[in-house]
Design a binder for this molecule. Structure first.
Ligand SMILES: Nc1nc2c(ncn2[C@@H]2O[C@H](COP(=O)(O)OP(=O)(O)O)[C@@H](O)[C@H]2O)c(=O)[nH]1
Ligand SMILES: [Mg+2]
Length: 584
């Protein structure tokens, strides 16, 4: 299926032409039929000679209903421009064309209707010249009469050729279905319709609705008037939603693949064409089927920041249109450059931002985003419309390579500085580093640690960081020299003082694994534990405290806490009568 929106001045024969091509009535409302004028969007479809299907979104031509027209063409990439042979180019011919141009619509056809009433030649020439100057470029033209049917076969053939030119839809893309109608069907509940430009919908799918906490579920799907289990882009679809009240959504809302879109009320955009220097401070932004008031803040010569009255699921590269509703005037098209722009607090920030924006063209650019954002989750980029094809540095974090290198250097400096300021600590706590480097996630710190640095017990230090500060290392060395051959004799408190081992030094040596603390001021060399188990295992089991003390050649001061430690570690077990056994 392909979808075409009509465009053109009121009464030029758009609805008549759609009716003649499809046999369906695009004017759905009684009021429309009574007044003979399209007010809201109409929908109709037919089979083309090739066997393909074309669906029309028929738009109103009257200037009062331009917002409805924009909701119809917003999500549709092809246009059927209708000009009456007898009236020629008129104001809404021009306004509709300006809208198509602003939205960057590149595929179209010209139908010069009411050719039974006047020579289509002059209207065709005028219209083609106007259209040629826009994003549509040179378009084929067909003269037709909705009344006599003349030219309809040629128009059908031209529609087939247009369909063949359209780029293939991306059916793997996430769904962003801009709602153009919502209504209630008795017995089924809420139904919304829209043009599915990309992706795929299935019955049972969960979708996200901006502003709703809960996902909405697809209860039924219709396309071309028939129920279907699934619909793939491009398609006109009607979606029956389970448990969603009708007043929860309407035109301008979007049904989304969950978690794939960033809702934003602040965007930086480039104005298309020759931007008017005197853009009003408030305008209406039309994008998809939505129309949202915006405040305009000029940044560069052709870039502005828009503050939206309500958030929309926008992507980098989206095309939209600014219109002055008071003056009935399309102010121009915009291309979204950034959907999560930085705040402009500092003096000079706006000028700096303008320079950044000058480099952007709305094509999603991973390297550029990383350069500007430095560190960002892959999911956040995807939600902005930036494809992610780079390896994360940690978890789902992506980093600008240069920034990541700098962070690595900073981390080393911080660790070195910390070691200098806290010589007795075995490295810098990971969380302290995370704060110093202003990193949002601990996994980033861990990923930045490279040899010779390493993480040990929640701290980052040199791999040799259990190398103790020199005085402590020397003191431990002397303990080893003095007590190595009587490993269960602990230095007395005053001997520890002589050796320069105060509580802080002992703490450092214990954390580094160079000493074993049994109790305050009772320390052994760390290998003492294994040795003790070996000695005790050689005793008749069970053994008493006194037997252990003698076998270990030590005092109660050491033996009591040593055995308790061995109990805690499960190397020995204390029996009810206070004797112990070695657990093998
Ligand atoms: N003679 C003649 N009248 C037409 C033709 N197409 C439309 N009309 C008439 O022009 C008027 C407006 O047509 P309509 O389709 O409602 O125009 P729209 O506002 O562009 O949708 C109606 O009275 C139609 O009957 C045509 O090809 N020939
Ligand atoms: Mg009409």
């Amino acid at each position: 299926m392909f979808v075409v929106a009509t465009a053109g001045h009121v009464d030029h024969g758009k609805s008549t032409l759609v009716r003649a091509l499809t046999g369906m009535e695009p004017d759905r409302w009684a009021e429309e039929r009574r007044r003979g004028m399209t007010i809201d969007l109409g929908f109709a479809w037919t089979t083309l000679p090739s066997g393909g299907t074309v669906a029309f979104v028929d738009v109103p031509g009257h200037e009062r209903f331009v917002p409805n027209m924009l909701a119809g063409v917003g999500p549709v990439p092809a246009a059927l421009i209708v000009v009456a042979a007898d009236e020629g180019w008129m104001p809404q011919s021009a306004e509709h064309l300006a809208a198509l141009d602003a939205l960057g619509v590149a595929y179209g056809l010209l139908a010069v209707t009411r050719a039974d009433l006047a020579d289509p030649g002059p209207a065709t020439a005028h219209a083609r010249a106007e259209i040629a100057a826009t994003s549509l470029g040179a378009v084929p033209a067909v003269a037709v009469s909705g009344l006599t049917g003349a030219g309809l076969p040629e128009l059908r053939a031209a529609l087939d050729r247009l369909a063949a030119q359209l780029p293939a839809p991306v059916v793997d893309d996430p769904v962003r279905l801009w709602v153009d109608r919502s209504f209630t069907v008795r017995g089924s509940g809420t139904v919304v319709t829209g043009t599915l430009g990309a992706g795929r919908l299935r019955v049972g799918d969960e979708l996200e609705l901006a502003g709703a906490d809960e996902p909405v579920r697809v209860r039924g799907l219709h396309s071309l008037g028939e129920g279907r289990p699934e619909a793939a882009a491009v398609a006109r679809v009607a979606v029956n939603l389970r448990g969603t009240p009708r007043d929860r959504l309407g035109r301008g809302d979007a049904l989304l693949t969950p978690g794939r879109f960033h809702h934003t009320d602040l965007v930086d955009v480039r104005l298309a064409g020759d931007p008017a220097a005197d853009l009003p401070a408030t305008l209406t932004l039309h994008v998809g089927s939505a129309a949202v008031p915006v405040r305009v803040r000029p940044l560069g010569p052709d870039t502005v920041r828009l503050r939206l009255a309500r958030p929309l699921p926008l992507l980098v590269g989206d095309r939209a249109l600014l219109r002055d509703p008071g003056r009935h005037h399309v102010s121009g098209g915009v291309r979204v450059l950034d959907v999560a722009p930085p705040p402009l607090g500092r003096r000079g920030a706006a000028a700096a931002r303008a320079q950044v924006l000058a480099e952007l063209d709305g094509r999603p650019d991973l390297a550029g985003e990383l350069r500007r954002r430095r560190l960002i989750r892959a999911g956040a980029l995807l939600r902005m419309g930036v494809p992610v094809h780079a390896e994360p540095v940690a978890g789902d974090w992506l980093a600008d390579p240069a920034h990541w290198r700098r962070l690595g250097e900073q981390l080393t400096e911080e660790v070195v500085r910390h070691a200098r300021e806290h010589p007795l600590e075995p490295g810098m706590p990971v969380d302290a580093l995370r704060q110093r480097l202003a990193l949002p996630d601990r996994v980033l710190v861990e990923a930045l640690v490279r040899p010779p640095l390493r993480i040990h017990a929640g701290r980052v230090g040199a791999a040799s960081a259990n190398a103790l500060p020199e005085p402590v290392a020397l003191a431990v060395q002397r303990v080893r020299a003095e007590y190595g051959d009587r490993p269960f004799r602990a230095p007395e408190a005053d001997r520890l003082v002589d050796l320069g081992l105060g509580p802080r030094e002992i703490g450092a040596a214990v954390r580094a694994g160079a000493l074993l603390r049994l109790a305050d001021n009772v320390v052994l060399l760390p290998d003492a534990l294994d040795d003790a188990v070996r000695v005790l295992a050689g005793l008749p089991q069970p053994f008493t405290l006194s037997a252990a003390r003698q076998a270990l050649d030590t005092t109660r001061r050491v033996a009591v806490p040593l055995l308790e430690l061995l109990d805690r570690r499960g190397a020995t077990r204390r029996l009810p009568d206070d004797a112990r056994i070695v657990i093998t």
